[in-house]
Ligand binder design. Structure first.
Ligand code: ZN
Length: 86
């Protein structure tokens, strides 16, 4: 299982995981098998790359969280205009 093979919804969930334990829990819940090597990457914080994303419940799209969004503690889905608190 590669990170890029996850669905957008799974990626969004994985990216809000803050600790390796949370990611392991997520993987277990999603039925994702992680190799030893991947576990090491996760522990090393190498699991995600680029900006975090959120998954919009309204329009089912993945929205990238920018530094600006983080500073404002909110994000607006560019596709449907739904507000999310960060
Ligand atoms: Zn949306």
């Amino acid at each position: 299982m590669e990170f890029k093979d996850l669905t957008d919804a799974q990626k969004a969930k994985a990216m809000v995981c803050k600790t390796p334990d949370e990611i392991l829990e997520f993987a277990k819940n999603e039925g994702i098998e992680l190799a030893e090597e991947q576990l090491e990457q996760i522990s090393g914080g190498d699991w995600t790359s680029g900006n975090p994303v959120i998954y919009c419940d309204e329009c089912h799209k993945t929205v990238e969280v920018t530094e600006e969004d983080k500073a404002r503690h909110r994000i607006v889905c560019p596709y449907c205009g739904t507000f999310y608190a960060l």
